[in-house]
Write a protein that binds this ligand. Structure first.
Ligand code: DGJ
Length: 724
């Protein structure tokens, strides 16, 4: 069998071309240097279908063989990665290998986010498969990032024939494993409690995880881990798959009749019936895959590096983000210019570097049932022009940022009154409202053009250095007023392309602008968004204790630099829980750090703590943002402690963070073991003035101080003072 192999530093991915042109998946895992074709065993199975051209060979069955890109309708009755139909009611394709080639550098995808790398850092493999009857070609593209141990996948579907075709399903990646007893780690949630990790066995039948909300969603994140049963944080084989896409997606895990496992991921097939005219191409979003034999922490580090260096772009991708103050939880929409200035003034005095004006500054927006779409400043409310407000903020030594929600419209807005057909509404039906708003049809270029023009004039009107781009509802009632029913099967995909187009224009026109993504908190927290916005507001839940769990789940697939995290008021507005300023600061510092409260309302002692926190963050931001993040004690039921540490890549410094989650009388002493330190180095701890061996910190750790009261926090900063 002819083999095609991809190697990264520590992994191998191998495919084989069967004698009759089926592209078989042979192996993905820790690095090998031999042929893996022996793994595929050929047995006759009852009710297995045999391709016509294998003749009498009943051991060759598409229903059993591991496929590289399984298609519907060719006798593989497991879930397919691709399904295409024509106008005559023929469903399915019979894809056979045509050719392949290797290219230097990493492929790009028009209109969609994609991992990028220097030409010397990556290679591209393209494999062409063809269905004779439809005259359609599927080009499987693989990006190989050697040093990073990442392989990306995406597919291009090309209609080379003379008839219209319709794509009903086209995943980005499929992986067939001939053996294995796997578990799946997925990240589910809800508004204000996103990305909770759940580890479940892969069982016989099909398990499916998806979003149909038009956004990646609070309820299910498009990042998954497949792990051996025995895999832990520190040991064992595991695979990660992250979809660079912010709309409807699906992951399928299927254990078949002979215990083989298929994992595949890509666009959701719901509402997908993409029309592909002769000569047209369709591009799937990209999936990034990684594998390690070193456990979940190592897998997370691969994705952290990938996102920091090969997904996020612009000047802020590794640079320090300004410590910000956001007025949302301080005022909600009830503010005036004087109130904003007083919040800003107090923040500036304590060392905050940027003021962010959240929702409520435009049109007549005092409540959430109006003005979305009217992106002009309410000067009466601000008591002057935006330029004047920004000048005053800049005069305090702070940058200025502003909130927008460009994809949305309220019925009570000038925009909706002028263009009611720009919102998703099905003729003859009343649309579902959500937070009193409707969704603009971003699949239409003229809509994106208009909104971009409005937002661009806003940015040009003042010294705006940051944008928080929000999105506060899921999408339904989908109907487009242009193109009619021909278009309905592509709207959900083209909507996302419209959002990406909007963002791409923004970053091209304003390359110095820092954009923070947001969707009712972390409802669109995905690697696709991070291509445009290097940080995303992680959750509308700012309760430090609940945030620990949200940030813990998020850390499996996303770096700390991606996580917008703020200190808010105590008692917390979402939970009513009280936590002291130190605890709130330590938790928010495991992210792109900021404040979201009226700092003039806190005590002098707390103000002093805020000043110290900011100085501490400014000193250690590089270690936090660009260092390696280790989960130590996971939060969860019956846990007394949560802990994590950061270690610089050269292992010269580390920052240990501990939070007590409960308090007990006469409690046994708990010890928190650090991870990632060099056991041969000696570390000086600034907090207690002691010198520790890296090995004792890793094997026994630091005793958690005796706790009086709930939710206390400690930070220990270590730096190397000698090497044995
Ligand atoms: C939802 C966001 O997550 C909040 O931070 C805030 O910006 C509100 N929207 C404003 O409407």
């Amino acid at each position: 069998m002819e083999l095609i192999s991809l190697h990264t530093k520590n992994t191998t991915y191998q495919m084989g071309i069967s004698k009759n042109g089926f592209l078989l998946h042979l192996y993905y895992g820790p690095k090998i240097s031999c042929d893996a074709d022996y793994l595929v065993q050929y047995y006759e199975r009852g009710f297995g279908s045999n391709p016509y051209d294998v003749g009498d060979d009943r051991t060759f069955s598409t229903d059993i063989l591991p496929q590289e890109y399984p298609s519907y309708g060719n006798g593989d009755f497991r879930s397919p990665a691709v399904n295409i139909r024509n106008n005559q009611g023929v469903f399915g394709v019979d894809l056979r290998y045509q050719s392949h080639r290797f290219l230097e550098g990493k492929y790009r995808i028009p209109g969609l986010p994609a991992v990028y790398a220097k030409e010397s850092e990556a290679q591209t493999l393209e494999i062409v498969l063809r269905d004779q009857a439809f005259d359609v070609e599927v080009v499987l593209r693989y990006g190989v990032l050697l040093e990073l141990d990442v392989i990306t996948r995406s597919a291009v579907i090309q209609n080379c024939g003379r008839e219209d075709l319709y794509i009903g399903k086209c995943f980005s990646a499929a992986l067939d494993f001939v053996q294995g007893d796997f578990e799946l780690l997925h990240f589910y949630g809800r508004h204000a409690m996103e990305r909770i990790m759940e580890r479940i066995p892969v069982v016989h039948g099909k398990q499916c995880f998806e979003s149909r909300r038009g956004m990646s969603g609070h309820q299910q994140n498009p990042f998954f881990i497949l792990a051996d049963r025995e895999t832990t944080e520190d040991h064992g084989v595991c695979y990660g798959i992250s979809l660079l896409y912010s709309g409807n997606f699906k992951l399928e895990a299927e254990k078949d009749q002979v215990n083989q496992t298929r994992i595949q991921m890509g666009l959701s097939d719901e509402m997908l019936d993409y029309p592909l005219a002769p000569g047209e191409n369709f591009y799937t979003p990209e999936a990034a895959l990684a594998c390690t034999a070193e456990g979940l922490a190592d897998l997370s580090h691969i994705f952290h590096r990938l996102i920091r260096h090969h997904v996020c772009r612009g000047i802020y991708k590794t640079a320090r983000r300004p410590v910000l103050i956001n007025n949302w939880e301080a005022t909600y929409m009830q503010f005036d210019g004087a109130k904003l200035l007083s919040i800003a003034r107090q923040a500036a005095e304590l060392g905050v570097e940027m003021f962010v004006l959240d929702d409520g500054w435009f049109g007549n927006r005092d409540t959430d049932d109006r003005a979305l779409g009217d992106w002009y400043v309410n000067e009466e409310k601000l008591g002057g022009t935006l330029g004047e407000l920004v000048q005053q903020i800049n005069g305090m030594g702070m940058k200025f940022g502003i909130w927008i929600e460009p994809e949305m419209v309220n019925e009570d807005s000038d925009l909706y009154r002028r263009h009611p057909d720009w919102a998703y509404v099905i003729p003859g039906r009343k649309p579902a409202r959500c937070r009193n708003q409707l969704v603009l049809d971003f699949s239409r270029k003229e809509v994106v053009d208009y909104v971009f023009g409005q937002i661009s004039s806003l940015i040009d009107s003042a010294n705006i250095e940051y944008i928080k781009m929000d999105m506060n509802r899921s999408i339904c009632d989908v109907y487009t007023a242009v193109g009619g029913c021909q278009n309905y099967g592509k709207i959900m995909y083209e909507y996302v392309l419209g959002v990406y187009d909007f963002l791409e224009r923004l970053i091209q026109k304003y390359p110095k602008l820092l954009i923070e993504g947001c969707a009712g908190g972390g409802g669109r927290f995905d690697a696709g968004m991070l291509y445009y916005t290097p940080q995303i507001w992680c959750s509308d839940n700012t309760d430090a204790i609940e945030r620990i769990q949200i940030q813990h789940g998020t850390s499996f697939g996303y770096p700390v630099s991606a996580v917008g995290s703020h200190v808010s008021a105590s008692p917390n507005h979402q939970t009513g829980r009280a936590a002291d300023i130190q605890t709130r600061g330590v938790v928010a510092m495991a992210g792109s750090f900021g404040y979201e409260l009226d700092l003039s309302l806190i005590s002098d002692e707390e103000k002093a703590a805020v000043k110290k926190q900011i100085a501490f963050y400014q000193r250690h931001w590089n270690l936090i943002q660009n260092g390696e993040y280790y989960r130590l004690h996971s939060p969860g039921k019956d846990r007394d402690i949560a802990a994590w540490n950061f270690v610089s890549e050269d292992k010269e410094e580390a920052l240990l963070n501990i939070i007590s989650l409960s308090t007990h009388a006469n409690a046994p002493v708990s010890y928190v073991k650090c991870k990632g330190l060099d056991p041969k180095k000696k570390y000086y701890c600034e907090e207690d003035g002691r010198v520790y061996d890296g090995s004792i910190l890793s094997h026994i750790g630091i005793p958690v101080p005796d706790v009086q009261g709930e939710y206390k926090a400690w930070q220990y900063y270590f730096h190397v003072c000698a090497t044995d």
